[in-house]
Write a protein that binds this ligand. Structure first.
Ligand SMILES: NC(=O)c1ccc[n+]([C@@H]2O[C@H](COP(=O)([O-])OP(=O)(O)OC[C@H]3O[C@@H](n4cnc5c(N)ncnc54)[C@H](O)[C@@H]3O)[C@@H](O)[C@H]2O)c1
Length: 316
């Protein structure tokens, strides 16, 4: 009898949530108001982080900007103020350093208050074949792209749970859902970031903290400079993404409290295909899309890499 009741409840919920998600495909979700919310963005000193800061500034949020690059972060601070942000707080913080994250987090709590929207965006890429990748760069990728997320969650999640209010945003990557040549450390760290954020999403729903939301973002290559030199074979089918488009899509997803965001949408289809086709078919598809050669002319943000390496050495 219990089994029948259990199965009926499950099927009822399944059908209800299916219809709900279907309805949201037709009727856009109501967007939440972020005026007065305290939004912390890591890696705010350039690219996507900077654009997200500018968007949240125009939505009336209080901004907390973290970056290892003080100059870039101050420039974002200036641009956010120009966009109307009244309260912007910039902190130099190396997210890969646990003690530094906890120290700066304490400072934020004292000087600004409890963070209510946490955007784990800081990221680095090596872009080399595994056997050409120095060990310290593998470690750096994991520290910045994944392990730092443990420290920021541990610092800011308790207040969100207590208030049953908050939003955790993980900027992963399409490389966090599919492996790509010359991106072994990056891809593995982005898989880790995805797995971490998804596990916490489940953990929070088990704790019945339904008002602490999660958004996990997986974009294809974006023209921010991080993947400078990276190419696409079919720009019509799979273009390198414009950073403004990606930033707008992410802000919209946060406001609509979407959990998973893959950009562009075409890649949802490729990822489903990946689960059902043979590995040889997958490699043929990758070759057709040019994913196998997209990193051949990769240059990346060399300056950022040098700064990172220098700081990493200082900590050793
Ligand atoms: N650019 C792309 O093609 C692409 C694609 C998918 C996902 N992403 C992800 O989006 C995020 C933003 O990338 P972006 O394209 O804006 O790159 P970006 O290089 O412009 O920005 C990354 C920022 O992170 C900061 N940063 C690096 N190490 C740090 C550290 N230890 N502590 C604090 N800050 C640190 C850098 O100083 C920089 O300001 C990253 O997580 C990246 O992996 C980027």
């Amino acid at each position: 009898m219990d089994m029948i009741v259990d199965a009926s409840i499950f099927l009822g919920k399944f059908l209800y949530y299916f219809l709900e998600s279907f309805a949201y495909k037709i009727i856009p979700k109501r967007k939440k108001n972020v005026t007065g919310e305290i939004v912390l963005i890591t890696g705010a000193g350039s690219g996507l982080g900077r654009l997200l800061a500018i968007h949240f500034a125009s939505l009336g949020a209080i901004l907390v900007l973290w970056d290892i690059n003080q100059e870039g972060n101050m420039e974002t601070c200036r641009l956010a103020k120009e966009k109307g942000a009244v309260k912007v707080f910039a902190y130099t913080c190396d997210c890969s350093n646990r003690q530094e994250v906890y120290r700066v987090a304490d400072q934020v709590r004292k000087e600004v208050g409890d963070v209510t929207i946490l955007i784990n965006n800081a990221g680095v890429v090596t872009g080399k074949l595994l056997l050409d990748t120095p060990d310290h760069m593998v470690e750096r990728s994991f520290l910045v792209n994944a392990i730092s997320h443990f420290w920021t969650y541990k610092a800011f999640l308790p207040a969100m749970i207590k208030a049953n209010h908050g939003h955790l945003v993980c900027i992963s990557s399409i490389a966090g859902l599919a492996g790509i040549s010359r991106l072994s450390d990056y891809s593995a760290s982005k898989f880790a970031a995805f797995g971490f954020a998804e596990s916490l999403f489940i953990e929070l729903s088990m704790l019945k903290k339904s008002e602490v939301k999660t958004t996990i973002v997986c974009p294809y290559f974006i023209k921010t400079g991080m993947f400078e030199g990276c190419t696409t074979k079919h720009p019509f089918l799979l273009p390198l993404l414009e950073q403004e488009y990606v930033a707008k899509t992410i802000v919209n997803a946060i406001l609509e409290e979407q959990v998973y965001v893959i950009i562009p949408k075409l890649l949802y289809f490729a990822l489903i295909l990946k689960q059902i086709i043979s590995p040889k078919m997958m490699i043929a598809l990758g070759e057709y899309l040019g994913v196998d050669t997209c990193m051949d002319f990769f240059k990346g943000r060399e300056q950022a890499n040098e700064l990172q390496t220098e700081i990493q050495r200082k900590h050793q």
